[in-house]
Design a protein around this ligand. Structure first.
Ligand code: CP3
Length: 659
């Protein structure tokens, strides 16, 4: 499993750091082609800026429109070359100054000036024109428009329609290189289909590349070529420039750093480029696509899910390497997730199938894990029972009608399987777009954990209300557990029917019970669930703080038993018995340690598993929101890199793997 470009042809457009970029690509196993797209423009080469200054000083300008902060500053620096600042700033003070938004306002402030008019949010040319209509008559006015990078014909036209006499004042800090031959040659190479991946480190590179391609008559051919390449972008501004030109971005690092960009895309590019090519061949418009739009065709579709590393491990069959996936692998530790969550609430995200599918696929794409888990939450199942679920900002889940009496239990509705249709639909969408060799895990909460939320009304420390109901009114308790067990069973089987290859039951908080209480109050109900699941589909039984409950959990059911970090993996497995597989068990907080320590700890766990068939690597509990994503990638790679060694060992286990 190579973690690099592995011989792919990689183009980059970096100018100032062109050499460094080439070295970086080569170091990650790529064949670099670096074609600079920019050169810094000396201020004295800005004739439009100086022509504007002359007209301003001659009293030939009535209105100045400033569109960008950088542009305003560059304009000022260019004029400073020729004219004393007091003089031209004084001239500017006499005209109407219009700012498009806060950035030009800040630049004006540095000059001791304030705008006459500022366009309101979202500061596009439309708000700008609307603001002018209210405050500045434009008939016969001489208007100068500062532009940066690109001209905006809509704005210029709008001004002319209002009777203004318009002059554009383009200022550029970056222009095309003087010698365009290397760039043109690179464009031809890309268009010929000889490049697999492209790296962009600024928005100007994107614009200049497309401008040169347009001059060569190759703009469409270039865009077409990008439909079949993996594209990496350094950050949001650069990605926006690419999307504006209808180039999809496959990878953006968490930090705006060249090293992170190259490392990240190197790790993923083989997969990403193969996927994009299959999609393009299948007729998907890969110039602007979401992960959920992926369509698999031909040979890929024949890949055998049954033989996937994850499902083999669930069945305790020998595997070429230890499969890994991570609890909460999609979540707030990821920039892409946070960006999406800024626009949509957690519940809406879970209830919108194409968004839930997108997030599920995003995690797999970025991490390169061996299984996907559908993006959802265990508490959604409680909602149709009528408990009033809400995810309050910063407080976690809140349940407005806690269930604390026998009467309240009786009032709980039986869950209509249709009520969770959005989850089944998310599973169908994910399954269609997910790599045909990667299994999708469905999940539900365990009955005890669900009961604890329903009774406490949220998270808890001592589970006092929960245990009180259990001890004081066992009849009501068992009635509640039976209701939950029926709901969970139907829900998990519904997910299997929709396309999940395995299911996990999260009984996260059972660890607060004594073994005797677990046996009496939980085991029969969990046992009901596992014995009523669709046969042939591996089930994972997960809990935390369960070191004293492992044998009982195994008795309740599950082909794979979850182990958290509080128990030694070798001991835990021995207790569970080798006729079950195990999943775990790294402490999620280890992910805050340096990569070398993460690797050491991962190896420690792999050593405990000793290559015995039936180990799925995971964390003991979910990834914490502050976890650096890079460390998560380091963990996945560390586990995968041990594959050669493990392959040898798992051969040794053949035959006595079940002993
Ligand atoms: O693992 C995955 O990637 C799949 C998604 C998943 C979520 N929750 C998403 C989520 C899974 C498998 C769960 C299970 C879950 N939910 C459990 C059992 C596993 C565990 O962690 O113990 C429990 C107890 C819950 C209940 C829950 N959901 C709580 C207590 C909270 C709030 C605490 C927190 O982490 O914010 C949630 C919210 C939640 N579930 C988030 C995510 C990504 C965060 C939501 C956000 O974006 O604000």
């Amino acid at each position: 499993m190579p973690a690099g470009f592995d011989g792919l042809h990689v183009v980059a457009f970096e100018s100032r750091r062109a050499e460094e970029m080439g070295v970086l690509i080569a170091r990650h196993g790529g064949r670099p082609l670096v074609a600079p797209t920019m050169r810094e423009v000396p201020l004295r080469e800005m004739p439009d800026a100086l022509a504007f200054a002359r007209r301003l000083l001659n009293g030939e300008v009535d209105v100045v429109i400033l569109l960008t902060g950088v542009g305003t500053r560059t304009l000022a620096a260019a004029i400073d070359q020729e004219y004393p600042r007091e003089r031209w700033v004084e001239a500017l003070r006499r005209v109407t100054i219009v700012a498009r938004g806060p950035k030009p306002v800040a630049a004006l402030r540095e000059l001791g000036l304030a705008p006459t008019v500022t366009a309101p949010e979202p500061n596009t040319w439309r708000e700008l024109l609307a603001a002018l209509d209210q405050k500045v008559p434009l008939q016969s006015q001489r208007v100068a428009v500062q532009e940066y990078g690109e001209s905006n014909p809509d704005l210029l036209e709008g001004l002319r329609q209002r009777g203004a006499e318009v002059t554009a004042v383009p200022v550029y800090q970056w222009a095309l290189p003087e010698d365009l031959k290397p760039l043109k040659s690179a464009i031809r190479t890309i268009v010929a289909g000889e490049i697999d991946a492209a790296l962009f480190t600024s928005a100007n590179q994107v614009r200049n590349l497309f401008q040169v391609a347009a001059d060569m008559g190759l703009e469409h051919a270039l865009r077409d070529a990008f439909r079949r390449m993996a594209v990496g972008s350094i950050g949001p501004t650069c990605s926006d420039a690419l999307r504006t030109l209808r180039v999809s971005v496959e990878f953006e690092p968490d930090h705006v750093k060249m090293g992170d960009l190259v490392r990240g895309i190197a790790r993923a590019s083989k997969r990403l480029v193969a996927k994009k090519r299959v999609a393009a061949d299948a007729g998907v418009d890969t110039t602007a696509w979401r992960r959920a739009d992926m369509v698999w065709a031909g040979a890929e579709r024949q890949a055998s899910l049954t033989d996937s590393v994850f499902l083999r491990a669930c069945r305790r069959e020998p595997v070429p390497y230890t499969p890994i996936w991570l609890l909460r692998q999609a979540g707030r530790y990821q920039r892409e997730y946070r960006e999406l969550r800024a626009k949509v609430s957690f519940l809406d995200l879970c209830k919108t199938p194409d968004l839930a599918a997108e997030v599920t696929l995003m995690a797999v794409d970025r991490l390169d894990v061996d299984a996907a888990i559908i993006f959802s939450d265990i508490l959604l199942l409680l909602e149709p029972m009528g408990i009033g679920l809400e995810f309050a900002k910063g407080e976690g889940p809140v349940i407005h009608h806690p269930v604390r009496t026998g009467a309240a239990v009786d009032q709980l509705a039986e869950v209509d399987p249709q009520a969770l249709d959005f989850v089944y639909e998310a599973i169908r969408l994910t399954r269609r777009a997910l790599s045909p060799s990667l299994p999708l895990i469905g999940f539900a909460g365990g009955p005890f954990t669900l009961a604890s939320y329903a009774i406490e009304g949220g998270g808890s420390r001592h589970y006092a209300h929960t245990k009180t109901l259990m001890y004081r009114d066992p009849v009501a308790w068992h009635a509640l557990m039976e209701k939950l067990a029926r709901a969970v069973t139907g829900y998990l089987n519904g997910q299997i029917a929709a396309g999940a290859q395995a299911v996990q039951m999260f009984d996260s908080w059972v660890g607060c019970l004594s073994p005797d209480d677990y046996r009496e109050f939980v085991l029969p109900h969990s046992g009901f669930i596992f014995s009523h699941l669709t046969p042939g589909v591996p089930a994972i039984h997960f809990g935390t703080d369960t070191a004293t409950l492992l044998e009982l959990m195994r008795d309740a059911g599950g082909d794979v038993i979850g182990l958290d970090w509080r128990v030694d993996l070798a001991e835990g497995w021995a207790r569970v018995g080798y006729d079950a597989a195990v999943q775990g068990n790294l402490d999620p907080v280890i992910l805050f340690a340096p990569p070398a320590e993460i690797r050491r700890r991962a190896n420690g766990i792999l050593d405990k598993a000793a290559g015995r068939p039936g180990h799925i690597f995971n964390l003991g509990h979910g990834i914490l929101p502050e976890t650096p994503e890079d460390n998560v990638l380091a963990l996945v790679d560390a586990v995968h890199e041990r594959s050669e060694e493990l392959r040898v060992k798992s051969e040794e286990w053949k035959g006595d793997g079940r002993s």
